[in-house]
Design a protein around this ligand. Structure first.
Ligand code: FAD
Length: 302
């Protein structure tokens, strides 16, 4: 590895999006380094769905197969570790790792994903991805028609209730305090037999991440199998921001249709750039980023 410290491209993040970018670049005969700290956002979910050919596999099975396929290309090298710093150099960029290595490349791709911030509600983090779900397209089919709750309020709570009513008719909106719904929204929810519970929640009772009950602060409880909720998020890696990459108002890295960030030579792909968070989308964006980076190098050097 020491003799190979200069690369055409360094990809930071070696999950679905980073590996897809690595495959496209490796097949384009580029010398590539993938730096990965091994913490994908979906690691706690037992099964991943809605990615054609891999439906129902564990997240790890999909990632392992992807890595095996990229490892076949001798143009692609791997470094298991955390990138902690990035700087612009005369001919490109330098990336420093937490263990003191420095790698240089002409271009960078950030496929670093997002970090979901867990609610302080007791039981929430343990159930995340198992029975506290963020996405019906990923997990809704498996829990259709089960006793389902939505943790939310106001516009978001209303819209999410409408969406999830597609998957179950046994639905309750838990606003965890006074509802901020309009009278029209309340009427609409009631007309679809969606219950509204305003009592504040004390904790989620579960067995190994599988929800059993919601325990309220007034001592009451209700049985429940599934709770949909949106967690706030932050960028998993802050190096793009320190390099000057602009973020959108929502907190995603701003990219154009070629996955270019606002900093020349720096590309980004996958969850860190989009609210369409799916494995399929991360892979598609990674493939595009790899192709676009290669094209940029070709055009600059031809
Ligand atoms: C609970 C849950 C369940 C989900 N279920 C599904 C599902 O069933 N189907 C589906 O299609 N999608 C699902 N998703 C969405 C899917 O997991 C993501 O869209 C996908 O993982 C995004 O891939 P990515 O490569 O962009 O980011 P990630 O998979 O999050 O990977 C980012 C990688 O970058 C690495 N990294 C970050 N910073 C650094 C750094 N500084 N140095 C080195 N490495 C770094 C991380 O360690 C990680 O390995 C789910 C998401 C969650 C949270």
């Amino acid at each position: 590895m020491k003799s190979l410290r200069h690369f055409d491209v360094i990809i930071i993040g070696g999950s679905y999006s980073g590996l897809a970018a690595g495959m496209a670049l490796g097949r384009a005969l580029r010398q590539v380094l993938i730096v990965d700290s091994g913490k994908p956002c979906n690691e706690q979910t037992p099964h991943s769905h809605n990615f054609i050919t891999q439906d129902g596999k564990t997240p790890e099975e999909i990632a392992t197969l992807a890595k095996q396929q990229v490892e076949k290309y001798d143009t692609v090298k791997f470094f298991n570790g955390l990138a902690i710093h990035g700087t612009k150099t005369e001919n490109g960029f330098a990336i420093q790792t937490a263990t003191g290595e420095t790698f240089r490349a002409k271009k960078l791709i950030f496929a670093t994903g997002l970090r979901d911030i867990m609610s302080h509600l007791a039981g929430y983090a343990e159930c995340w991805g198992i029975s506290v779900l963020h996405c019906p397209y990923c997990h809704g089919y498996e829990v259709s028609n089960e006793k389902t709750g939505i943790l939310g309020n106001g516009e978001y709570g209303f819209e999410f209730s409408a969406l999830i009513s597609n998957w179950t008719k046994d639905l309750t909106l838990f606003t965890n305090g006074i509802a901020t719904l309009t009278p029209q929204q309340v009427q609409k929810l009631e007309s679809h037999a969606i219950k509204i519970v305003e009592t504040e929640i004390e904790r989620l009772e579960h067995t190994q991440g599988h929800l059993q009950k919601i325990i309220f602060k007034d001592g009451s409880k209700t049985a429940i199998n599934v709770l949909y909720a949106q967690s706030p998020f932050e960028q998993h890696c802050t190096i793009p921001e320190t390099l000057g990459c602009e973020l959108t108002e929502e907190g995603y890295i701003k990219v154009d249709s070629a996955q270019k960030t606002t900093v020349p030579g720096v590309f980004a792909c996958g969850d860190n750039t989009t609210r369409m968070r799916t494995v399929a989308n991360a892979v598609a964006m990674g493939t595009a980023a790899g192709m676009m980076v290669n094209k940029e190098i070709v055009l600059q050097e031809f």
